[in-house]
Design a protein around this ligand. Structure first.
Ligand code: AMP
Ligand code: ZN
Length: 486
């Protein structure tokens, strides 16, 4: 097991040696998407970054339970108990049931992450599936004296909590300043303190998503779901808690407060935050209107885009930045990533064709060591990419007959590329997977043609309908059969 991993802990504001509470087991919780609309490319950056972390922990020999939730209730438009319910608003707009909205955008989220070749989490719990756990947790917080009821809504008492705990531990802000600068927000006349936040919100007559509780019908506040679900699946104390940097100040701050007020324990040993994807220096977000969808990026279908870029190019572009640095979107940067990714894939296609020599002009171990060293230094993927380009240069040199590599070094080179390109970065060659798909389809179309010629229409229809259900439409003409994606 790799025991030299250092990671940056937002809680202590420094890099620390990663020492799991119960090695080789690692518990990791990442705040997932609010599924009231499509995920934009910024959201994807955060989930791709945690996929890299998940993959590297597994590669390092840890047995990781990775929990990434789906927020499907309780998230109001403002992050602080104000504004409309995002799901209800969207449901009205699209003339659907709120749970139809949830289903539609959850499926869309999974489709997008599959295109980026990310691994599914070990558990993907939903807020609506854990109402009982949330109610139980709120009861416990109230029993411990850190929450109060006001007109059917339950608020967390930040002032009371701050007598014992540090409410601003994650961001190191000054509590007095926060109190002075907090503007009037939702439910202010019901709250004791300005920073108090809702754990349970009383349903209004028009509220669509509502559940029975000891305090009447209502719905959970946004933050309590993550405290309840992380405790349920990872325990009151676990290893890593992550999310985008924008979550630290409110959502994660409140999560820590809730968990401590319930179990008297700091829930996560390491808090990790990914930096933002920006467009012309402004954070990509749904509300700023600068958030384009991954599909638009792939198709080149957006005013900001000069052309389309493939999912793996986009992923490569993201991996070329460290997860804690901001990453600014630009056509030029993506163009450069496209070239770089092609160069890497081209080298990989040549790697299988290399023949070993008796002696070697190259040593692979230092490159492999540098890759591990970079990943052990808080997951420094850009440094790994520079090493992979060095490995690609070696492949090209040997292929061109300008250098020799021994069988032992060649085996190490193959292992290096397998580990870092495929297993840890989760990249794949889109050209070859398309070539494979094309050849399989050609074969299936031939089989259908043969069935038709034998008047076996049952089989030919089965093939056509089967392909249709996979989103592939066949078109017959006098020149033969062609296909396209429906
Ligand atoms: P949401 O669906 O808005 O709850 O966001 C899902 C995740 O995406 C959260 O972890 C956010 O912090 C993260 N996120 C939102 N905007 C960006 C961005 N522009 N760049 C990177 N991550 C983001
Ligand atoms: Zn969360």
């Amino acid at each position: 097991m790799n025991t030299g991993l250092q990671l940056y802990n937002t809680l202590t504001r420094k890099k620390e040696l990663f020492e799991p509470l119960n090695a080789p087991h690692v518990g990791m919780y990442v705040c997932g998407p609010t599924v009231y609309s499509d995920v934009h490319l910024g959201n994807c950056r955060t989930f791709i970054s945690f996929d890299l972390i998940f993959r590297y922990l597994k590669y390092s020999g840890y047995k990781v339970r990775y929990v990434r939730n789906i927020t499907d209730a309780g998230h109001l438009e403002g992050d602080r108990d104000e504004g409309d319910d995002k799901f209800a608003k969207r449901a009205k707009l699209e003339e659907l049931e709120p749970m139809e909205i949830v289903q539609k955008y959850t499926l869309g989220f999974h489709d997008v992450l599959r295109m980026f070749n990310t691994l599914p989490p070990s558990i993907e719990p939903t807020a609506t599936g854990h109402i009982i756990e949330q109610i139980e947790m709120i009861k416990e917080i109230m029993n411990n004296g850190y929450a109060y009821e006001s007109n059917g809504t339950i608020y967390f008492d930040v002032e009371k909590y701050s007598e014992t705990y540090n409410y601003t531990i994650l961001t190191n802000r000054n509590l007095e300043d926060m109190l002075a600068n907090t503007r009037e927000l939702g439910g202010q006349n019901e709250k004791r303190g300005r920073l108090d936040f809702a754990l349970w919100i009383k349903a209004k007559p028009e509220t669509l998503m509502r559940w029975a509780s000891p305090w009447g019908e209502g719905f959970p506040g946004w933050h309590i779901e993550c405290s309840a679900m992380s405790a349920k699946y990872l325990g009151a104390e676990f290893d890593i808690h992550g999310g985008g940097m924008d979550l630290a100040a409110t959502h994660h701050t409140n999560e820590i407060a809730q968990s401590e007020a319930c179990s008297h324990k700091q829930p996560a040993k390491y808090w990790m935050h990914t930096n933002m994807l920006t467009v012309n220096g402004t954070r990509m977000s749904k509300s700023a209107g600068n958030g384009f969808l991954p599909e638009q990026l792939f198709a080149g279908d957006h005013d900001l885009l000069e052309k389309g870029f493939s999912p793996m190019t986009v992923k490569f572009f993201m991996l070329q930045a460290h997860y804690r640095s901001t990453l600014d979107f630009s056509n030029e940067a993506l163009d450069a990533s496209e070239k770089g990714f092609k160069r890497l894939m081209n080298a990989l296609s040549l790697l299988v064709k290399l023949t070993p020599s008796e002696s070697s002009d190259f040593e692979i171990t230092p490159i492999a060591d540098n890759c591990v060293k970079a990943m052990n230094d808080d997951f420094n993927s850009p440094v790994v990419i520079a090493e992979l380009f060095e490995a690609s240069r070696i492949i090209n040199t040997v292929y061109d007959g300008k250098g020799k590599i021994s069988a032992a070094e060649l085996a190490k080179l193959k292992q290096l590329m397998q580990d870092f390109v495929y297993d840890i970065f989760g990249l794949k060659d889109e050209e070859t997977s398309n070539i494979a798909l094309n050849s399989v389809l050609d074969m299936v179309i031939d089989l259908r043609q043969a069935a038709k010629e034998n008047k076996d229409y049952a089989t030919s229809d089965k093939i056509r309908l089967g392909l249709q259900s996979m989103g592939i439409q066949l078109k017959d003409s006098k020149d033969g059969t062609t296909w396209n994606k429906a």
